[in-house]
Design a protein around this ligand. Structure first.
Ligand code: GMT
Length: 384
């Protein structure tokens, strides 16, 4: 099948999922065309089945806000027409779903049938999508999609609760490539960070407000009073500066390292003992799954889709948002040498349930159904 994938090419989870999905589909022999404004971060190699089409927006002086959505729709039209695509799969509702709808209409006028699938990732519904300025467009473009998927049951519930949705939403969770995300032997790295055999706690995110990174630091400060520990903060974003400031003030700065954005997160995860994710909202928690695949137990909040991934008492613990006291106590429990191995094994076992080879067929099955239905509808329309 020839599939166009539209996503944000940045470090965010939705872009990662879209890129990894495209790569996995290409391996299965599908022809994948990425349509976005810059090369997706994890798409930095050559494969005969992968293509990248850049969307460029001219910064004409008249435009205070360059019309990206229109440039994207036009590029979709161009790629569908010339590469003879069967399907568009857009990740993140805003503005990708509405641009796909526009492209589909333009192509229909040319007699070309192009169904589109929208995958909801989280903040496109839980934060940005709920802004009243976007609600009508988000609702409309979800309802107009040929199919809609969400990355968790919770996100599906939330979408139905907030928007007037007439469309079926299929849940297809995030997935993991276990050939890449696996515990590697990096003893020298562990020794360098934890010279006295301290336990290593890690947090990975885009440091947005929704991640509550200050909670991570509070938890760490409580844990290190009981267990010698170090903290690695991976990623970058608006809250990083405040987080660093807090570390300086609470005198833990020497024990905390801010590593910024890292491509090979699996190397850091390979030497970590505990992953902490304190988000206020989290539709799935791909970073927690990546940690689990590297045998790292997870302390998470019990919000959004996290309880669908992190199994309380088995792969880690689930705690109320902001309850740093309990999160610290549970962290200490996991890091206790009498328990740690059991949690590591639980985390890895659970990660296997989200292996890409298990999830990919769900997308392929959906693609086949959507394309077949669109073709049948089109031929029915012609016959009438
Ligand atoms: O976590 C982020 O802020 C990035 C965001 C995105 O849209 O790129 O991630 C969302 O999509 C990921 C992939 O489906 C999910 O694993 C994340 O849980 C979700 N983030 C939130 O819901 C906050």
């Amino acid at each position: 099948m020839k599939i166009g994938i539209v996503c944000y090419p940045t470090y965010g989870g939705s872009g990662v999922v879209a890129t990894e999905l495209g790569k996995a589909l290409a391996k299965e022999g599908h022809e994948i065309h990425f349509i976005t404004y810059s090369q997706p971060t994890r798409l930095d190699f050559f494969s005969e089945n992968l293509y990248y089409h850049e969307v460029s927006v001219n910064k004409y002086p008249l435009f205070e806000y360059p019309p990206y959505e229109l440039a994207l729709a036009s590029r979709m039209v161009d790629v569908v027409e010339h590469e003879k695509l069967d399907l568009l799969h857009v990740h993140y509702a805003i503005p990708h779903a509405s641009a796909a709808h526009l492209a589909r209409q333009i192509l229909a006028k040319k007699g070309i049938v192009i169904p589109f699938i929208t995958t909801l990732h989280g903040t496109d519904i839980t934060l940005v999508g709920k802004e009243s300025a976007y609600v009508p467009v988000v609702t409309f473009s979800i309802n107009e999609s040929n199919a809609v998927t969400s990355v968790s049951e919770d996100l599906k519930r939330e979408t139905y609760a907030y928007f007037d949705i007439t469309q079926d939403i299929e849940v297809i969770p995030n997935f993991i490539d276990l050939s890449r995300f696996k515990k590697q032997k990096k003893d020298h790295f562990k020794k360098a960070i934890c010279p006295n055999d301290e336990k290593l706690i890690v947090h990975i995110s885009n440091f947005r407000k929704v991640k509550r990174v200050q909670d991570v630091i509070q938890i760490f400060n409580k844990v290190r009073k009981v267990i010698p520990a170090k903290l690695l903060m991976v990623g970058d974003g608006p809250e990083r500066m405040y987080a660093e400031e807090t570390c300086r003030q609470t005198c833990t700065y020497d024990d905390v390292r801010f590593l910024g954005k890292l491509e090979a997160v699996e190397e850091v995860l390979s030497v970590s003992d505990l992953f902490v994710i304190t988000s206020e909202k989290e539709s799935f928690g791909l970073s927690a799954l990546e940690a689990m695949a590297c045998e790292v137990p997870v302390i998470s909040t019990n919000t959004g889709g996290l309880p669908e991934l992190n199994v309380n008492g088995v792969t880690g613990f689930l705690c109320d948002v902001g309850d740093v006291e309990t999160m610290a106590a549970r962290s200490i429990e996991i890091l206790d040498d009498a328990n740690l191995q059991r949690f590591k094994e639980g985390a890895l076992k659970r990660a296997h349930e989200f292996e890409v080879s298990r999830i990919l067929p769900l997308y392929e099955d959906l693609y086949n159904r959507v394309v077949a239905k669109a073709k049948a509808e089109a031929s029915g329309a012609v016959l009438k």
